[in-house]
Design a protein around this ligand. Structure first.
Ligand code: PAF
Length: 279
């Protein structure tokens, strides 16, 4: 497995790969890989002849006071996992390969970026859309794989790909969860043992709320009760707990298909997000 950090060698390596293999899958990551990322790689290797993974902690998607410096970096361990999973090339660019001197372009996706994490993390999805557009242009995959765990991110990327004529497939991969239901996330590593056991209250509340909504209960009251339950279980702030249209992410106050519950809440110094289908 090659690890490449500069665009010239990346282009040469991709040209060689393209001569031998017909379909190329891209798994974009910020490293600190866990079983959720490896599920993306597994899905990509099942669907494509060759898989390229990128590791780039993208500074433009971190807001002021967010955890860019503290974000876990463990490239050697990540590379070992990717190699064992059959990845052929790791694209681990230096910052200047993504944002060269004088970089002045911003990809901003309106609509699906509004509210939810877009509300609590201003500018975050511009950073995501910009870096993902760059990665798509640099690697030119036939398919790119993203976790449903970051459901709004996936919607932003799908919209951006349609709008900017990226014609490759955007594949959403279901969330991987620990046995108690907590969605896997690099940020779970920040939780103390006590917070880790309390954190399962988030998926619990989401599951209960989804059942109550499907049962025909009043959506606004159910969402309010779910927030209260989370706050009583060790979380100290809920950024949002909302029912949205699963495709457009428009707000929903009366249940209709397709629907998705999305939530973000703070426990200790960690902000956790999650989402589930309500069908
Ligand atoms: O989901 C992530 O890890 C990042 O947001 C992504 C898509 C790799 C862009 O930096």
């Amino acid at each position: 497995m090659q690890i490449i950090r500069e665009l010239g060698p990346l282009r040469n390596a991709l040209q060689n790969i393209r001569q031998e293999k017909s379909t190329l899958g891209l798994v974009p990551t910020m490293g600190a890989l866990h079983a959720g990322h490896m599920k993306l790689v597994e899905t990509a290797t099942a669907q494509c002849d060759v898989v390229v993974a990128s590791i780039f902690v993208n500074p433009t998607q971190f807001g002021e006071g967010e955890d860019l410096d503290a974000y876990p970096r463990q490239e050697a361990a990540d590379a070992a996992l990717l190699e064992a999973a059959g990845v052929e090339l790791v694209w681990a660019p230096t910052v200047d390969q993504i944002y060269p001197d004088g970089f002045a372009t911003n990809v901003s996706v309106s609509g699906v970026s509004a509210g939810l994490c877009g509300g609590s993390r201003p500018g975050h999805f511009d950073g995501v859309a910009t870096v993902v557009a760059k990665l798509f242009n640099q690697v030119r995959p036939d398919a790119a794989f993203f976790g449903e765990k970051d459901y709004q991110q996936l919607a932003v990327i799908r919209r951006m790909a349609r709008d900017l004529d990226f014609t490759h497939d955007i594949v959403g991969v279901p969330t991987v969860r620990d046995p108690d239901g907590l969605a896997l996330s690099s940020r779970n590593a920040y939780l103390t043992a006590g917070q880790r056991s309390q954190a399962a209250a988030l998926p619990d509340a989401m599951r209960d709320a989804a059942e109550a909504i499907k049962g025909g209960g009043d959506v606004t009251s159910i969402l309010g009760e779910a927030e209260a339950k989370i706050l009583a279980s060790g979380f100290h702030e809920v950024d949002y707990f909302e029912l949205r249209n699963a495709d457009t992410l428009e707000n929903m106050t009366v249940f209709d298909n397709p629907a998705r519950l999305l939530a973000a809440a703070h426990i200790g110094s960690t902000r956790l997000i999650d989402n589930i289908a309500v069908t």
